[in-house]
Design a binder for this molecule. Structure first.
Ligand code: TMP
Ligand code: ASP
Length: 237
């Protein structure tokens, strides 16, 4: 795999593995085909998902870097490996929504599909044991997950990522309904980590409304692989 050697496994999540490299500042991010939903109560495989998500994430990270969003992306090494900066992950999942869907629709009893007049940002505590409960910025600050300055920066960057990706995908016939972002500290500075792909975003076809993301797996809609392939094709991954 190019010039970078994968050393010990540092972390294994549901969709990715992180390996140490010879450089203490850098990690190898390996993209799996494993798919889970509802906190792993549902499990399966989406063929070639890892390859698609690695390529799609590369396109988005490069675009975001060009637009001034600091990310952990260094370069894509091959089909399933991305070289990234080592982060101390903030245990908060940032969700930004443009259209009502998913857990927001459920929680408030509103039908999916209504466009919001402005984006909504939400915080979730990253804990599989607790099913990622929704929290607010008071919990994040008072319980010491991040400082107020870090929270402000994460919100600013979350809105910026949304503002950059939304028109980019819109030009390609895709509605960015919502997405989940994770941030971490690299030498003390907050930067964007994780991946940005159909696992972590809701993408709807602009004309038909067809779901082109992991909801096809979560909700047993069929044509799951085709959806990932279609997003990769449209964004030029
Ligand atoms: P939600 O509507 O289920 O809260 O999801 C909001 C967005 O976050 C959606 O684009 C899917 C993404 N997401 C994740 O990436 N990981 C998760 O664990 C959850 C629950 C959602
Ligand atoms: N929470 C992730 C999802 O549904 C995966 C999981 O919960 O297992 O997108």
């Amino acid at each position: 795999m190019s010039d970078v050697e994968a050393r010990e496994l540092v972390y294994e999540g549901k969709a990715k593995k992180l390996f140490a490299t010879g450089d203490p500042d850098l990690l190898l991010q390996y993209f799996k085909d494993d798919a889970t939903a509802f906190n792993a109560k549902k499990r399966g495989t989406i063929i070639e998902k890892g390859v698609r998500n690695n390529a799609i994430s590369e396109v988005f990270f490069r675009l975001l870097e060009r637009e001034g969003v600091p990310t952990h992306f260094v370069r894509r090494l091959d089909d399933r490996h991305m070289l990234v900066k080592r982060l101390e992950i903030v245990p908060v999942e940032m969700v930004v929504r443009n259209v009502i869907a998913g857990s927001l629709a459920k929680r408030l009893g509103i039908e999916e599909g209504k466009a919001l007049p402005e984006p909504i940002v939400e915080f979730y505590y990253k804990s599989d044991a607790l099913d990622d409960p929704m929290i607010n910025e008071w919990h994040v600050r008072v319980l010491g997950m991040a400082t107020q300055a870090e929270i402000d920066r994460m919100v600013e960057l979350t809105l910026k990522v949304n503002a950059v990706l939304r028109p980019f995908v819109a030009e390609r016939g895709i509605v960015l309904v919502d997405m989940k972002l994770e941030f971490g500290r690299h030498h003390g500075t907050i930067i964007l980590g994780d991946e940005i792909c159909p696992d972590t975003c809701r993408f709807w076809d602009s004309s038909s409304g067809e779901k082109l993301d992991k909801d096809r797996f979560r909700r047993d809609l069929g044509r799951v692989e085709e959806a990932y392939e279609e997003i990769a094709r449209r964004v030029g991954a």
